[in-house]
Design a protein around this ligand. Structure first.
Ligand code: MC0
Length: 142
């Protein structure tokens, strides 16, 4: 079902400071910065590696306000890994398949994700405590 690990989402208080840390410590490069109002985040994608099934990234996430998923996560748990995102060929198909296995879907339909992707989230309580995201890349980013 999964093509690759698309990205690991990391919640932080200060996006610019965390970008500077990842750039200077790991030599990683920012390939995209976006504000996603629907998800309540300001985020940056840092390239990790390219593979036969597409690329993988670290996604740094700063909340737009305390009353957002990442804002609540930071208040409760502090900075750290917020979610793991897997690449899938077709996010709607993956939602149907996983929903049929009893996994709770946090989205009724695919939503807009980073770099033109279509995304959907699975409830962490049904995935061993890990908030899990499904990512369908746009045509240009397989
Ligand atoms: C909450 N919980 C988590 C968690 N967030 N467990 C693992 N990882 C997380 N990130 C746990 C809490 O500890 C709690 O467990 C239970 O889930 C309910 O959490 P809550 O604090 O009461 O918060 P809720 O229920 O209001 O919301 C949690 C939920 C929500 C995961 C449903 O955050 C959500 O719908 N997330 C999906 C959207 C999202 O995260 N968007 C931001 C990234 P206990 O045991 O204490 O009951 S957007 C993004 O990433 C886009 C831009 C992209 O990739 O392109």
């Amino acid at each position: 079902m999964f093509l690759r690990i698309d990205h690991v989402g990391i919640a932080c208080h200060d996006l610019e400071a965390k970008i500077a840390f990842f750039e200077s410590t790991f030599g990683m490069t920012v390939v995209s910065r976006e504000v996603n109002e629907e998800q309540g985040v300001r985020e940056a994608m840092l390239h990790v590696a390219d593979g036969p099934n597409g690329s993988s990234y670290v996604q740094l996430l700063e909340p737009l306000s305390p009353d957002t998923p990442v804002g609540k996560f930071l208040a409760k748990r502090g900075e750290g890994v917020h979610h793991v995102a897997f690449g899938v060929p077709d996010v709607a198909e993956a939602m149907t398949e996983l929903g049929g296995k009893g996994i709770r879907l946090l989205d009724e339909r695919p939503r807009h994700g980073s770099m033109g992707s279509s995304i959907a989230f699975l409830h962490p309580k049904d995935v061993g405590g890990v908030l899990t995201e499904l990512v369908q890349a746009p045509e240009a980013r397989s």
